[in-house]
Ligand binder design. Structure first.
Ligand code: PAF
Length: 262
């Protein structure tokens, strides 16, 4: 595996590399990321993983400065998973002085409304990465379902020639969705956080019984304060999504109600 830090070197390295799969990430790899790398490895001749903690998607009061970073460990895990190129661009090259162009997808849903500016930063950095790497396929996790909905919309609206694959959420044995932000949870908060996947399962059960899944989630959060609970449509796949705070950590999760991601 090569680690490349400039746009010019990644472009040179990718000339004539066949079907390219890109996995955009912000590092702090866990099994959820590895599932994306493996999916890309199975389907593509060349697998590129980008590692960039994108400042443009964090609001001033969010966790940019304490977001977990460990490039050495991430590089080892990526290499073990068969990644060909780890792209670690600098903030200076991604957003040079005078940077002035942003991608604003207008329908941003509850997650976008809860984090003003967040999805503008996500859409912008993803389009930049798509332009730099020019992959045929890009891989994202189902856990960030609203992000996937937004990127599908951007790809459609801006005629980006790219397939998006959404890979199912990876969970710990007790059901908590893997997330780099789980590292912020104390042991007690980790236990409290389980109310989120359990409430979403209650929502799924309510949906099967034809009762209101959103109300069922709200009623089963066991004291966790929800930012929102909403139903999403990901290209015909119905998803029940929620965000809640556990102490100072904000967690998101979702379950598929109808349809199949694969
Ligand atoms: O999901 C993430 O980790 C980020 O939002 C992404 C897609 C890498 C863009 O910075």
């Amino acid at each position: 595996m090569k680690t490349l830090r400039t746009i010019a070197t990644v472009r040179q390295s990718l000339a004539g590399r066949g079907r390219v799969g890109l996995v955009p990430t912000m590092g702090a790899f866990h099994e959820g990321h590895l599932a994306l790398f493996r999916a890309a490895r199975e389907e593509c001749e060349t697998v590129v993983v980008s590692l960039f903690v994108n400042p443009a998607q964090f609001a001033a009061n969010e966790d940019l400065s304490r977001y977990p970073r460990d490039e050495t460990r991430d590089a080892e895990l990526a290499e073990e998973a068969g990644v060909d190129i780890l792209l670690v661009p600098s903030a200076e090259e991604m957003y040079p002085d005078g940077y002035a162009t942003w991608v604003d997808v207008e329908e941003i849903g509850a997650e976008g409304a809860a984090r003003p500016g967040h999805f503008r930063g996500v859409a912008t950095v993803c389009l930049k990465l798509f332009n730099i790497v020019q992959p045929q396929v890009a891989y994202f996790g189902q856990k960030d379902a609203q992000q996937a909905v937004l990127l599908l919309r951007m790809i459609r609206d801006l005629n980006v020639d790219l397939d998006l694959r959404i890979v199912p959420t990876v969970r710990d044995v007790d059901g908590l969705a893997l997330s780099s932000r789980n590292a912020y949870l104390s042991e007690r908060e980790r236990r409290q956080a389980l109310a989120l996947p359990r409430a979403l399962e209650a929502g799924r059960a309510a949906n099967v019984e034809d009762s209101d899944p959103v109300a069922a989630v709200r009623g089963a959060l066991n004291g966790l304060e929800p930012d929102y609970v909403e139903l999403l449509d990901l290209d015909g796949i119905k998803i029940l999504a929620a965000a809640a705070r556990v102490g100072s950590t904000r967690l998101i999760d979702n379950v598929v109600l109808e349809g199949d991601l694969k």
